[in-house]
Each structure stands twice: as structure tokens, then as C-alpha cells.
Design a protein around this ligand. Structure first.
Ligand SMILES: [Zn+2]
Length: 360
């Protein structure tokens, strides 16, 4: 099976307004960039269905799903429900597609699991709400599409599953969901001390591995951590499937976190993981600089298809990047590499003692 790319026009709706961090083009900017590069023939593009209420309730509680639907319908929610479900609380704003959009990312995760039931590769950059809880929104995540995708794999007979999370934030919602399941190993690499400030320790007996890395985490450090620790863990587990959350907020160009990766490191990680299981779903996740995330995720799609990364971009791709809107100050005068390349300059560096200690 050719790798499939799952997207949806719903991700283009400008439901978030500045200064909300998600008020930037994301999954479909990556899709547009892939299309401009000639990498998205119809045979490889899948439109994401929306998950049904019953499908959402495989992970979420019925009362929570009902509250989310009510929030969209009324564009409001009673205070007591806001407090209980954190919908319309924190930065989990009630917006015009607050039910349909997460239901679509959940549907995308279910489709990804189904498309790969017998093996294969899917990239679903609109999927990746790793903080979602059964009855609570958290960290802009109204559903846990990843957990739903993993559960779908289980229903389809896929047994041993690795969840690898490279997002700058701890993959707390997914970790909690599967901590009692010895057939799911969760591995999260995230910035130490950053929200939600969990994921400090590993618990190998429960299949939980956490690497809380220091600010400034560079390409050399990620690659060494992968080679020496994470890839051996994955190989020893002999997974039937891998669900990878690349994130794009661990990139040096991201405004929200303080990690310092170039997109080369993320692509190398994907390349390394690709052959370790017969099924691979690569989602999206965080990422709040549209140029950095679209270039990262488009390049990742190239890696999954073994397309060479072009050193210069054709006009159609330059037009996609040039047309993107970024509300932050840096968006007023973007550096050249955000607009005219796919590949970042590599960001190697010294491997610090904190990172060496994680490997030993
Ligand atoms: Zn994140």
C-alpha cells in the first residue's frame, strides 16, 4: 500500500483568533505544501471522516461528548459544565467547530488505524491531541484522537503498540490511557519543567518511558537518545504498530517551547522508526509557527515516501509559504529559510550531561 495522507478542509476554518496559539494555518498548510511539490496525488490523499458519537464514546464519557456537542450548538456552556469538563475554560475555547473539528481529527485517527490494519503507513497531521482525557479537555485537546486510534487498532487485532511522542509537551493523556495495558508502551520526549509538568519519571514496569530533556535540546542530543535508548526499547518490544507524534513545537523556530531541534532531527527520527513495525501512523501534534510546522510535516511526508528533499522549492511551493499568515511579531518579517526552503540548517551541539544520564 502506498502511504496515505489524511486531511480535512475543516482544519482550514479560522476558528481560533489571535493571540490564541492555534490561530495559524497548520495541517492543511502542510498538505498544500505537499501538493505544490507534486507529492499528493489523489490516490494517496484521504479526506478525514468525522467520528460518530458512539465512536467518540469508545474513549470519552457520553456526558462529556454531549457537553462538547452542546458547546458547539449553543456556542456556550453553563458555568458548572465549563468547570467540570474544562470546555470554555483554560485556553480550550468554545469556537464554531468545537465539536466537529475534534470529531474529525478523531475520525482521521480511526481511519488511519483502519487503513493500516494489515500494514502500511499513514500521515495524519490533523491528528495529535495527546492531552485529551475521557471527561475533560486539556491543553487545546477536546478529544484524545490518538487513544481512539490505538483502541481501533486493538479492535482490529493489532496487539503490541508503541506510542512515541516527540512533542515538546509530555504526552500525558495517552500515557494515562494505556498505563495499565502491558501491550502498549508509551515513550515521551519533552521539555523538562514545561506544562503540564508531568512525565518526570519513567515506570518501565507499566510500559511508561519519559525523557524530560533540558531547554536547548539539540539535534545531536535527540539522535543520541534515539540511537542509544529509544530505538533499542522499540526493537526489544517487537511492536506490531507504532503511533508517532512528531510535534513541531520542539523545533528551534517554535514560539512556545525552548527546545532547539532542526527539522532534520525529526525526519531522522521518523526514518529510524519507519522500519521497526509493519504499521506506522505519523500524526501532527503541537507546533505554533506555521512555516516551521508545515515545512517539517511536508518533509516528513517525503521521508515516509522516500522522496528526496529538494534543496530549492518550485514556485508553487514558494507561493504556499509566502501566502501563509503568522500573527506573531516574527511573522511580519519572516527569515528567508521559513519562506524558501524545506530543510532547516542542522542544529547539532554538545551532548550535555543531563542527556547522557538519561541514556545510562
Ligand atoms: Zn506540544
Amino acid at each position: 500500500m502506498l502511504p496515505r495522507f489524511i486531511g480535512s478542509e475543516i482544519y482550514r476554518l479560522p476558528v481560533f483568533k489571535p493571540p490564541h496559539p492555534l490561530a495559524v494555518p497548520r495541517a492543511m498548510l502542510a498538505a498544500d505544501l505537499c501538493a505544490a511539490l507534486g507529492w499528493l496525488p489523489d490516490a494517496q490523499y484521504e479526506d478525514s471522516p468525522a467520528a460518530s458519537i458512539a465512536e467518540l464514546c469508545r474513549f470519552h464519557t457520553p456526558d462529556y461528548v454531549e457537553a462538547l456537542a452542546q458547546a458547539e450548538q449553543n456556542q456556550d456552556l453553563p458555568e458548572q459544565k465549563r468547570q467540570k469538563y474544562r470546555i470554555g475554560a483554560d485556553a480550550n475555547i468554545i469556537h464554531p467547530a468545537v465539536f466537529r473539528r475534534p470529531a474529525t481529527s478523531a475520525g482521521g485517527a480511526l481511519l488511519a488505524a483502519e487503513l493500516t490494519a494489515r500494514g502500511g503507513i499513514v500521515h495524519a497531521p490533523g491528528v495529535g491531541n495527546h492531552h485529551g482525557r475521557p471527561a475533560r479537555a486539556s491543553g487545546f485537546c477536546f478529544v484524545n484522537d490518538i487513544a481512539l486510534g490505538i483502541l481501533r487498532w486493538r479492535e482490529l487485532g493489532v496487539r503490541r503498540i508503541i506510542y512515541l511522542d516527540l512533542d515538546a509537551h509530555h504526552g500525558d493523556g495517552v500515557e494515562d490511557s494505556f498505563s495499565a495495558d502491558s501491550d502498549v508502551l508509551t515513550i515521551s520526549v519533552h521539555e523538562a519543567g514545561r506544562w503540564p509538568r508531568t512525565g518526570v519519571c519513567s515506570d518501565p514496569a507499566r510500559g511508561i518511558w519519559n525523557f524530560a530533556v533540558p531547554p536547548g535540546f539539540n539535534d545531536s542530543e535527540l539522535l543520541l537518545l534515539l540511537e542509544e535508548k529509544i530505538l533499542p526499547l522499540i526493537r526489544a518490544f517487537q511492536p506490531d504498530a507504532i503511533f508517532l507524534l512528531p510535534g513541531a513545537d520542539a523545533l528551534a523556530d517554535d514560539p512556545m517551547a525552548k527546545l532547539a531541534l532542526s527539522n532534520n532531527a525529526i525526519w531522522d527520527a521518523v526514518r529510524a522508526v519507519k522500519g521497526l513495525a509493519p504499521r506506522l501512523v505519523v500524526a501532527g501534534g503541537g507546533g505554533y509557527n506555521p512555516y516551521a510546522l508545515a515545512r517539517c510535516w511536508a518533509g516528513l511526508w517525503a521521508v515516509l515516501n522516500a522522496f528526496p528533499i529538494p534543496e530549492t522549492l518550485p514556485k508553487a511551493a514558494l507561493d504556499v509559504l509566502g501566502g501563509a499568515k503568522y500573527f506573531r511579531a516574527a511573522g511580519r518579517n519572516p527569515p528567508a529559510h521559513w519562506l524558501n526552503t524545506l530543510r532547516d540548517a542542522p542544529l547539532p551541539g554538545a551532548v550535555r550531561d543531563e542527556v547522557k544520564a538519561m541514556i545510562l
